[in-house]
Design a binder for this molecule. Structure first.
Ligand code: TYD
Ligand code: MG
Length: 455
């Protein structure tokens, strides 16, 4: 038998090196390389088997797609992120930190699927009774859900071949192991080998596979990044504010990656949030908003909702300004502060700047630059922005307010929530739903805000 060589593998991203490195050149993680025996290449993978059945190329037009090739899981927010449901035979990786709600969501999903499809829940993390107790707490119907608590890949594959389920959840990929791989469960070799096997078998059998993967900061276990390239869809579960959970797609062979799914964690499990604005803007008594608060409308895939940007400035204690912002990139906040300084003579260079987004949503659209500038200005002046005002626009380094996309969608969302005025780039067209205040520069935008009645 050919002796297998040793190799060093990054537990964060799976990069292989022949010698130990302190820092991974791919993902930049420190101390993430571990020595492992090189893994055997999976021979039995369904991919190879599938390939041998097709001997000549065929015209796309001749390929028949059976009805039900894509079906809905019944969890609308998840279907939205998947691109309108799950594809038969596709593999979906669901990553996220421990405790975020991956197992809860998958159990809720599998129950919905179980009413008209055969389903299997594979758990290497919890015992059957623990899963049952969780399902009972979630008030799920248990009768159609089968559970299997063995994570040896050889056993699992034979169970799949015997029972032929249509939907399988594996919780989690870090518990899978194969006797052909010498490394322990959770190592890069095991994860890569077992996932390749499982994805191949499921593709061949037309099983939709959901693989749960923990994202670990400590790097004890290899993370889901190691198999991102193997699967069709990669979803990440993220926590916005307390109780608010977002699902984002990092890769999707069958849909857009712009969609997000929004859930609220309750004592009855994850509940879809249909009106996200209610989570991301604060209801206030009376009309006047405090200084430092600006509203804007963000577009995430097919949805548009209102969010509240909050800014606070306090004189810095050690003479130089610092920016504390984890929901909006600090580099962007610093750039907007510099634009205000240069083009509107707003002096923030002796202030510490704090920026937050209500509900904990991370914002990365360029359209938030104008409202961010307004929030900073309002915070420094101690003056509230006009009530009922929503704004959006990108700021150039020359102080101009630049055109942004989806202006109509944003205006419509704001008008539905009762906003009455809109400050927007001059080059964008308003639909006339709100009283409009077009502006071409940041200086003009601040002038307009100064002249509008606050209350
Ligand atoms: P879980 O799905 O076990 O997380 P993961 O699989 O990602 O590790 O979720 C665990 C957390 O969710 C736990 O902190 C308790 C909370 N939770 C609720 O708030 N309500 C519920 O109905 C359930 C089942 C869990
Ligand atoms: Mg879990």
């Amino acid at each position: 038998m050919k002796e297998r060589s040793m190799q060093f593998v990054c537990t964060q991203c799976g990069r292989i090196e022949t010698k130990w490195l302190g820092r991974c050149p791919d993902c930049g993680s420190w101390n993430s390389f571990e020595e492992e025996l090189a893994a055997p290449s999976p021979q039995k993978s369904g991919k190879t088997a599938q390939m041998s059945t097709e001997t000549k190329p065929v015209s796309l037009s001749e390929i028949s797609v059976e009805p039900g090739f894509r079906y809905e899981t019944g969890i609308f927010e998840l279907d939205r992120v998947l691109g309108g449901g799950v594809m038969k035979g596709s593999s979906i990786l669901l990553g996220g930190e421990p405790g975020i709600g991956k197992s809860t969501l998958m159990l809720q999903m599998i129950e919905k699927c179980s009413f008209n499809r055969s389903v299997l829940y594979v758990s290497g993390e919890e015992s059957p009774s623990q899963v049952k107790l969780r399902a009972q707490r979630l008030e799920l119907s248990l009768s159609n859900i089968s559970i299997f608590c063995d994570t040896r890949i050889e056993v699992l594959v034979s169970v799949l071949q015997k029972t032929k389920p249509e939907v399988v959840v594996v919780d989690s990929l870090q518990t899978l192991s194969s006797s052909e791989v010498a490394s322990p469960a959770g190592s890069v070799n095991q994860i890569r080998f077992c996932s390749t096997e499982l994805v191949g078998v499921c593709k061949q059998m037309g099983i939709s596979l959901f693989l749960i993967g923990h994202v670990t900061k400590e790097g004890v276990l290899a993370g889901p990044k190691v198999i991102e390239h193997l699967v069709d869809t990669v979803l990440y579960f993220d926590q916005a504010g307390s109780g608010v959970r977002l699902i984002r797609s990092a890769k999707n062979r069958f849909g857009s990656v712009d969609e997000i799914g929004i859930f609220h964690m309750s004592e009855k499990g994850l509940i879809a949030v249909e009106n996200p604005s209610s989570f991301f803007i604060t209801e206030r008594e009376g009309e006047k908003t405090p200084p430092g608060i600006a509203y804007t409308a963000v577009v995430e895939g097919t949805r548009t909702f209102l969010v509240e940007i909050q800014a606070l400035t306090v004189p810095s204690k050690n003479g130089f300004s610092r920016v504390y912002s984890d929901r909006i990139d600090t580099a962007r906040v610093t750039r907007i502060a510099a634009i205000l300084e240069r083009h509107a003579q707003i002096h923030l260079n002796d202030q510490d700047i704090y920026v937050n987004v209500a509900g904990g949503m991370k914002l990365s659209e360029v359209s938030i630059e104008l409202p961010l500038a307004l929030a900073l200005w309002s915070a420094l002046q101690g003056v509230s922005l006009p009530s009922g005002l929503v704004s959006f626009g990108e700021l150039s380094l020359a102080g101009e307010v630049r055109t942004i996309g989806f202006a109509e969608k944003r205006e419509k969302a704001a008008s539905e929530l009762g906003f009455s005025r809109i400050l927007l780039p001059k080059t964008n067209h308003s639909t006339g739903k709100l009283k409009q205040y077009p502006c071409e520069t940041i200086r003009k935008a601040l002038e307009i805000c100064g002249t509008m009645k606050v209350k």
